[in-house]
Design a protein around this ligand. Structure first.
Ligand code: SAH
Length: 396
């Protein structure tokens, strides 16, 4: 890392009027906002100044990315100190919010949500899983990894940086064990329930931690209901539903390994094989089957809109599955419908869901709204960190 502060000639100078977002602690600098770039090697940390020469903070820069710079410190705080503070504060928040005797699978660092752009760190029991999305964070990895390892003392550190975003950064995808014995399937506890997480083979870093609070809601509401867990992944919603007294909880996912792990998770939780059926199937087709008898349908699809340009197409997908769910749910029933597409905001999502209910000829009322779990904090200065929303609808 370069020495802190820097001379003006070593600084990135923003165009007049283009520094407002950064002054408001947004993390991203787009190339169009930059007036002067010094000579630098991609991935380095540089001082960022307003057109008037004011030091706004420090960011790491990469010319190959459309987001040319990502702020890691604001104001005069030296970037190394800011990184240390951000890691400390991220860990302190989780220590205060989670009791490891009840829940030991937690997102420790949520990128910009914890002021650490490009970095995700998830702890699954004693396995730390790291995901690095940018060249700048790749350069800072030794420093942040050292801070995390000293604080958390994991047995194994595994890196799951097999994310497509790295290509735009000029980085290759990477996955592998960084420290300790080889990673594999890890047994975690979430809200007192055991689950197996495959940190190596599975999607994301292994578990959809962001849905934890919605799973708790399902446990509370599932009593005496027949539950369909659509897009079930490894069956977590089904396990919670059954622990909450559901008559049956069926799981549908297109991924064979996810369904296999869902079955293992049933065994691990002492649930008998007739507690729910497992279907490796496309939810769009499954929901068209005749004679579905569910009175609680959970829809937790993958992000249909990964880019802004996908929004229209994504809304069609959301409308389809929601219309089918409204048509099929036995009334009075519940539909918990989720979207993790940042680009489909809550207002638009609600419109799509209401249109779907209208087309299905059902009366649906929102009885709860939900967001991503507490360990996926939203940085109020950086609204892009908000992505997951869910509506619980009472259908009669
Ligand atoms: N609810 C889950 C997370 C769901 S992630 C949990 O709490 O753990 C989305 C899941 O949808 C993934 O497991 C993916 O395999 C699955 N999926 C994607 N497209 C699908 C489709 N068309 N039909 C069925 N499953 C699909």
């Amino acid at each position: 890392m370069r020495p802190v502060g820097g001379e003006q000639m070593d600084s990135v100078i923003l165009k007049p009027g283009k520094d407002k977002a950064i002054r408001n602690h947004h993390h991203w600098i787009f190339s169009g906002a930059v007036r002067t770039l010094p000579d630098f090697e991609d991935g380095s940390v540089l001082a960022v100044r307003g057109a008037d020469g004011d030091l706004l903070g420090h960011a790491y820069f990469n010319r190959s990315s459309s987001i040319i710079g990502r702020m890691i410190s604001f104001g005069k705080t030296p970037p190394e100190d800011a990184l240390r503070h951000s890691v400390d504060r991220a860990l302190a928040m989780r220590r205060r919010l989670f009791d490891p005797a009840v829940t030991n699978a937690v997102r420790l660092v949520n990128a910009e949500g914890d002021h650490l752009p490009g970095l995700v760190a998830d702890l699954y029991a004693d396995t730390l899983v790291l995901q690095v999305a940018t060249l700048g964070m790749e350069r800072l990895k030794p420093l942040v990894l050292d801070l995390l390892v000293r604080a958390v003392r994991p047995a194994t550190v595994y890196e799951r940086s097999d994310v497509a975003a790295r290509r735009e950064e000029g980085l290759r995808e990477f996955a592998g064990t960084l420290q300790g014995p080889p990673a594999g399937k890890v047994r975690i506890l979430e809200e007192g329930l055991p689950f197996l997480v495959d940190v190596v083979e599975s999607q994301k870093t292994g578990f959809y931690l962001d849905q934890r609070e919605m799973r708790k809601l399902v446990r509370v509401l599932a009593r005496d209901r027949r539950v369909l867990n659509a897009f079930s992944f490894t069956g977590a919603f089904s396990v919670y539903a059954l622990k909450g007294g559901a008559v049956r909880a069926d799981s549908v996912d297109s991924s064979v390994p996810a369904i296999a792990l869902a079955q293992e998770n049933f065994d691990l939780n002492g649930l008998s094989s007739d507690a729910g059926y497992f279907f490796t199937a496309d939810v769009f087709e499954f929901l068209r089957s005749p004679d579905l008898d569910y009175d609680f349908i959970i829809l937790d699809p993958p992000a249909f809109a990964k880019r802004k340009a996908d929004v229209v197409q994504a809304c069609r997908g959301y409308k389809d599955i929601n219309r089918l769910a409204f048509q099929k749910v036995r009334t009075p029933g519940l539909v918990l419908t989720c979207s993790c597409s940042h680009f489909v905001d809550e207002k638009l999502f609600q419109q799509v869901v209401f249109q779907a209910a209208g087309e299905a000829g059902r009366r649906a009322r929102i009885v709860q709204r939900h967001r991503q779990a507490m360990d996926h904090p939203v940085n109020i200065y950086h609204p892009e960190t908000e992505y997951l929303k869910a509506l619980l609808l009472y259908v009669d």
